[in-house]
Design a protein around this ligand. Structure first.
Ligand SMILES: Cc1ncc(C[n+]2csc(CCOP(=O)(O)OP(=O)(O)O)c2C)c(N)n1
Length: 342
């Protein structure tokens, strides 16, 4: 398993980025954690319908998204808010989606990120189609897709991997193996020892790495993205990580896993090892930590305000965007709704 920075913050390989860039990525991970905790907190106050926390997976998401060009495609899941934010999806729209507001599914036009997929696995096919289309147009744009270990049991995973390899599409398959698909543990999911080894059966490289190691993630994602951009086809990356929180805010993980296991993974925190590394290199102190936490918290608070300030659509608007010309059935339903007072 590829590792460059140990949980103790010691280098066991060549860092792929310099200290200023490491500080930038560390700050992004801090921002992501603040967002994640805030979203979890406001869900508990009934201000979001449900929320899927990603605490523990910040290095996997921030490190991989950091190697993309601004116009590359990203296709991820309900748990990939940090990666999507890195690629331009505003925090407020990621929150709005979790309130059920339809604006949440429409990022700004210049953002090439598809809305978070709730359907497990299906979105990988879109990432293959997007990359294939770019290739047919001789563009250098690639597509990255994020999914969990559970998604690899879906037929869509097989179809996406096979098609991408056969047609050399510029797709990076980024699996965050966070050990669980809701209550189903990794060994119940697959009879193979790793996810990465499945790549061989499709004819593409597979890389297994410490997904809590920002540097390993960055290095492997950069290699895969360059390969895709140069027309050499897809790569499967398995980032071995851990979901420290529940599956979603409606899950109780104490029913299927031990606290000791969670604690063991807490000691491999993706933020803490980068913090230690920066500190040893005189590039971290308490004051800077407070400063970035203050600024990033203010950004997150503003995003909450913006999300909650969005106009709530009227129920009659349900019908507006279905067809250019409404069908008679829809007209009938609209008048039924009106007659019942909306
Ligand atoms: C096609 C489909 N089947 C089942 C579900 C219900 N479901 C939602 S998340 C999930 C587990 C997915 O686990 P994994 O792919 O490992 O991702 P993680 O949630 O751990 O990030 C399931 C079964 C769904 N949303 N879509």
């Amino acid at each position: 398993m590829l590792q460059i920075l140990t949980p103790e913050g010691e280098l066991v390989g060549e860092p792929p980025v310099d200290i200023p860039m490491t500080r930038k990525l560390y700050r992004a991970m801090v921002a992501a954690r603040l967002f994640d905790r805030k979203a979890t907190a406001i869900q508990k106050q009934g201000r979001l319908a449900t929320y899927a926390p990603f605490e523990g997976q910040e290095a996997a998401q921030v490190g991989s998204a950091a190697v993309l060009r601004p116009d590359d495609w990203m296709v991820g899941t309900y748990r990939d808010a940090a990666a999507m934010w890195m690629q331009g999806y505003p925090w407020e729209l990621l929150l709005a989606g979790r309130t059920g507001h339809e604006r949440g599914g429409s990022p700004p036009d210049y953002v090439n990120v598809l809305p978070p997929s709730i359907t497990v696995g299906a979105h990988m096919l879109h990432a293959v189609g997007l990359a294939w289309s770019e290739r047919l147009q001789s563009s250098e744009r690639i597509a990255i897709t994020y999914f969990g270990d559970g998604a690899t049991s879906e037929g869509d995973f097989h179809e996406a991997m096979n098609f991408a390899a056969v047609f050399h599409t510029g797709t990076v398959f980024f699996c965050q193996n966070n050990q669980y698909a809701i209550s189903m543990g990794f060994t119940g999911q697959t009879a193979t020892e790793t996810i990465a080894q499945k790549a061989g059966a499709y004819g593409m490289p597979g890389v297994r790495l410490d997904g809590n190691d920002l540097f390993a993630v960055y290095w492997a994602a950069r290699t895969a993205v360059e390969r895709a951009r140069n027309g050499n086809g897809p790569t499967l990356i398995e980032a071995v990580t851990y979901r420290l929180g529940p599956h979603t805010t409606s899950d109780d993980p104490t029913l299927y896993r031990d606290e000791a296991e969670v604690e063991a993974w807490r000691s491999r925190d993706p933020l803490e090892r980068v913090r230690r590394y920066l500190e040893v290199n005189d590039a971290w102190d308490e004051e800077w930590q407070k400063h970035i936490e203050g600024e990033e918290s203010a950004v997150v608070e503003r995003a909450v305000q913006l999300a909650e300030g969005l106009r709530v659509p009227g129920s009659d608007e349900l019908f507006d965007s279905m067809f250019a010309e409404p069908t008679s059935d829809l007209e009938r339903q609209r008048s039924l709704l009106e007659s019942e007072g909306g």
